[in-house]
Design a protein around this ligand. Structure first.
Ligand code: NOJ
Length: 942
């Protein structure tokens, strides 16, 4: 228990450091269902309670309403399961299995919370486009094939269902790309009526009805209800996803002779104190999404379940595991990645995402759970946080020091100590006598404040939130119906039941300016401890047999609880203004769908080089599964980073989507100016680089919010055939235009090995030197900066003037940086809007496309629907009508140019061009006199 690491000091708890207590957290063997299914998968004998031989019932297969349905029979236990496979727009297939006639209903899954438009919002492919063909084989069983469309490359998509034993294969042009139960691991602990079970000394051990862990007993009143299923990725060598773990980007094997972990990856949102690295242990968030990428294709699965889940991974020689099928089809696949998913409760509910490209998978997943909310523009700037800024003077003095040292920043944060005794929505009035004045001062330079607000509520009759929530019955309940009580920062606490829509709405209302004293439109929120973290609970969380609204057990919704806290907060901020404004809320716990509500971070990391390196694996993994707005605490939360480590951390942190420095209460102050030179200069330059590139970042966020494409990307997303980069994080991409290579070892001068994919030109971002791939280069790196390269063929917009905050840059001119390439079209985009409101949803934005060909740069409006050429569009365009392009820089030009012809509205004029052939040929058009909102071209003339 965390309690060992926590002292209770009068009004609250204080952490003190000690390494992760592994024994506080369950291993597979401690979660009995995990062990049962794991054993089942590795034995031929059916263990107690689990059944083999799940077979499709004769003549039960039907295709009705774009849904293939069948009955799966477990003859040994006389149980019939209902299987449904529905065919969705975008080529997805949803496969659901549960008992046909259960003694009581299973929890139907988190679709209500996770799917962007709920269950009703899923769009099925029209029945007329789907056909079923059934073929009998000699053993009397049939195989059924449903043809339901084609993918983005025109290949046919079919689903095949075998009857004995039941299994499903998704095929692209007859090649299996995703398989369910081809290994026969499918198993259910069928629901049983407790009353009908004989007591003691019988076949069902009474232990199955309750389970102990350390001093805890989970009463499990519904008895065993777990299930497991294997999902295979034929042809796949690398799988990714299923955050959150402090593990590698390319997931490691957990089964088989050469396995890299002994335990399966676990998905169960937990507050793990001083989490260890390179382990499949569960952490704060869960996204049950796995992607597989090979040279041929990318595919994925979304396993929609919010209960405790374990995932085993192994690599296999396909010819041994799915032999008959492979022989029949002449399948070329030599390898496969096999996975085994095991959940404690809920229904089996798997969405198959057929790709075939990574970008297709991202949009297929986004069609289910939605995309990253377009953030407030300020929130992609730099955030300065620590536990805790002491008082109002401290906040204002830190704010001032940023100006003194010429470092831009956007947000300063207040941790739990700003409250009156950890009563959220209140202030410690002695330390913060005038929070409104404080926020107004920050506002003078366009800066914001974020306050922490956790889901535990101090149990105190004199605290209005506690009193009202108790009276209204809004707290999570014990299984005897009383309000659940546990310990967290304030001591005795209760937890709001966010699954109760009325309670969630009530919390949202608490953010109105008249209720939240001392709040202004400049205040934003941080949700912490929302796994939920309970210091004296099992595994530092809530008991699974606690009850939520409608009698739902906590075990069923554990992994979505944090997302619901995030949602209520986000909605509260949105609604506090008469004209709703975009919220900014950071959350520690998350689930599939959390991206709709704001940002997340990787939790309590440590100030060491290993954590610095690991942050990129975690950030990339999350980006692959839709959690784009994520970053790690810069500098490391626990411990004191050396100046070199802190400098390197900033230099990497500017390339992660969420960019915040944070530190534990016991650490030394580490604001950049406290480091002295040369570190201060390097950190300042790094932060300024982030600000220069904000137009690029904001455009990436917009594109992510439209299509689901990650903001930061493993190399293979952009170079899908470059196998040598499938498992690396020593370099990664920001958008499609930049490659970043973090320095994760001590030393002022470090050599980085960079792999440049073939047939592409790359440019050193700082020197402009060009490199032709394929090439592996040793790049010596001084403390000044970390290696960054631009990809030839990109056009990257920047704003070069240094200001105190992003807000103050909003009317600055742009520079367009063109990186030439003879291999591909040279293109870029730029998105801008007011950065705050929802006007962009009605067309109030500018989205430009730049193309450079035949030595001419063209600026045109990127495609927009007619409906968005609205009054908001016209008004916004007008408001930005004076914003210039102040410079065009073309890198990689072999020829020299002396002038440029600018064509705008049919009128031509000439301007000067300067070219230098030093390094790789750079031509600059200074002040071409064109506006960012307009169409024009700039032709370079020799
Ligand atoms: C735990 C969070 O992870 C950390 O960031 C925060 O500073 C402490 N709680 C105190 O609120």
């Amino acid at each position: 228990m965390l309690l060992r690491n926590v002292l209770f000091l009068g009004v609250g708890f204080v952490y003190f450091a000690s390494p992760v207590k592994n024994e506080d957290f369950k291993k597979c063997k401690d979660s009995k269902f995990c062990l049962l299914h794991r054993d089942y998968a590795s034995s031929t004998k059916s263990p107690n309670n689990l059944q083999t031989n799940y077979i499709i019932a004769k003549d039960s297969v039907n295709l009705i309403n774009s849904e293939l349905s069948a009955h799966i029979i477990n003859s040994a236990q006389n149980v019939t399961l209902d299987l449904k496979a529905s065919f969705l727009e975008g080529g997805l297939v949803r496969v659901r299995v549960q008992e046909l006639n259960p003694p009581f209903p299973r929890f139907q899954g988190p679709g209500k919370y996770s799917l962007k438009n709920g269950e009703e919002g899923l769009k099925k492919i029209p029945e007329t486009k789907i056909s079923l063909k059934s073929v009998s084989s000699q053993d009397g069983y049939k195989s059924h094939t449903v043809a339901y469309g084609s993918n983005s490359k025109g290949a046919s998509l079919t689903l095949s269902l075998s009857e004995n034993p039941w299994s499903i294969r998704l095929l692209e042009n007859d090649t299996p790309i995703l398989e369910l139960n081809t290994l026969g691991y499918f198993n259910f602990e069928h629901l049983q009526d407790k009353k009908s079970q004989p007591q003691e000394s019988n076949s069902t051990s009474p232990l199955d009805w309750s389970e102990n862990f350390k001093s805890w007993t989970d009463t499990r009143p519904k008895g065993p209800q777990s299930f497991g299923v294997d999902i295979s990725f034929p042809g796949s060598t690398n799988v990714y996803g299923i955050p959150e773990h402090a593990s590698s980007l390319s997931l490691k094997t957990t089964k088989g002779e050469n396995r890299m972990y002994d335990e399966p990856y676990r998905l169960y949102n937990l507050d793990v104190f001083e989490f260890a690295l390179d382990t499949p242990m569960a952490l704060y968030g869960s996204v049950p999404v796995m992607l597989s990428h090979s040279k041929d294709r990318t595919v994925g699965v979304f396993y929609m379940n919010s209960a405790e889940t374990w995932v085993d991974i192994s690599k296999a020689d396909v010819s041994k595991v799915a032999n008959i099928y492979n022989q029949i089809l002449g399948n070329q696949n030599k390898v496969a990645t096999n996975t085994h998913w095991i959940s404690e409760s809920g229904v089996m509910d798997v969405f198959l995402m057929p790709g075939p490209t990574a970008k297709d998978v991202f949009s297929q997943y986004a069609s289910l759970v939605g995309t990253t909310q377009l953030p407030r523009e300020f929130s992609i700037g730099y955030h300065q946080c620590r536990w805790n800024y002491l008082d109002q003077n401290d906040v204002l003095s830190v704010n001032n020091m940023f100006d003194v040292h010429g470092i831009p920043y956007d947000v300063i944060w207040l941790d739990i100590e700003h409250t009156d005794g950890k009563r959220y929505f209140t202030w410690d009035n002695a330390k913060f006598p005038d929070p409104i004045e404080m926020q107004n001062t920050l506002d003078h330079s366009g800066r914001k404040l974020v306050n922490v607000l956790d889901p535990h509520i101090k149990h105190d009759d004199n605290y209005y939130i506690s009193k009202q929530a108790t009276e209204k019955g809004y707290f999570v309940k014990r299984n005897d119906g009383s309000d659940y009580k546990g310990w967290c920062w304030p001591g005795d606490s209760n937890w709001i039941d966010y699954t109760n829509e009325e309670a969630s709405e009530w919390v949202s209302q608490q953010f109105s300016y008249d209720r939240y004293n001392g709040s202004t439109p400049n205040l934003f929120i941080w949700n912490d401890m929302n796994e939920p973290s309970v210091f004296n609970g099992p595994e530092i969380t809530m008991e699974k047999d606690n009850l939520h609204f409608g009698g739902v057990e906590h075990r069923d919704i554990h992994n979505v609880y944090g997302m619901l806290v995030h949602k209520a907060t986000s909605e509260g901020l949105r609604k506090r203004d008469k004209i709703p404004m975009r919220p900014f809320v950071l959350s520690r716990a998350f689930f599939s769908g959390s991206q709709r509500y704001g940002a997340v971070w990787t939790g309590d990391n440590a100030a060491d080089w290993e954590h610095l390196a690991s942050s990129t694996d975690m950030v990339l993994t999350n980006n692959l599964v839709g959690m784009h707005f994520i970053g790690a605490d810069i500098g490391g939360f626990f411990g004191n980073p050396s100046p070199t480590l802190l400098t390197r951390w900033y230099q990497l942190g500017i390339w992660h989507p969420f960019f915040r420095a944070h530190a534990h209460i016991d650490t030394k102050r580490r604001e950049p100016w406290l480091l002295g030179e040369p570190y201060l200069t390097h950190i300042r330059e790094a932060i300024k680089l982030r600000y220069k590139l904000l137009p690029y970042w904001y455009t990436l966020f917009y594109e992510a919010s439209k299509t689901g494409i990650p903001i930061v990307r493993p190399m293979w997303v952009e170079f899908p055939e470059n196998t040598s980069t499938f498992d690396i994080t020593s370099q990664f991409m920001v958008g499609s235009g930049l490659i970043v290579a973090p320095v994760t070892t001590e030393g002022d001068s470090v050599t980085q090995v960079i792999k440049f994919p073939k047939e592409q030109i790359f440019f050193d971002f700082f020197t402009g030197e060009s490199i032709l791939g394929p090439e592996t280069k040793d790049i010596p790196t001084l403390l000044r900066e970390i290696p960054v390269f631009a990809v030839g063929g990109s056009i990257i917009p920047t704003r070069e003037r240094s200001r105190r905050s992003s807000h103050l840059m909003r009317n600055d001119p742009y520079t367009l940086n063109i990186y030439a390439s003879s291999f591909k079209e040279i293109k870029g985009t730029l998105y801008l809007d007011d950065g705050n409101s929802y006007d962009y949803t009605n067309g109030g934005y500018i989205y430009r496309e730049f193309v450079f060909k035949n030595a001419t740069l063209y600026s045109k409006e990127a495609e927009r629907p007619e409906s968005e050429k609205s009054a908001e569009y016209i008004a916004f365009k007008k408001s930005k009508k004076n914003i210039r392009v102040e410079r065009v820089v073309v890198k990689g030009m072999r020829n020299s140019f002396t002038k440029a012809i600018i064509s705008e509205n049919g009128v031509n004029r000439e301007v000067e061009v300067t070219c230098t052939q030093k390094i790789s040929g750079v031509c600059t058009v200074r002040d071409p006199g064109v506006l960012i909102t307009e169409d024009w071209s700039i032709r370079l003339i020799q």
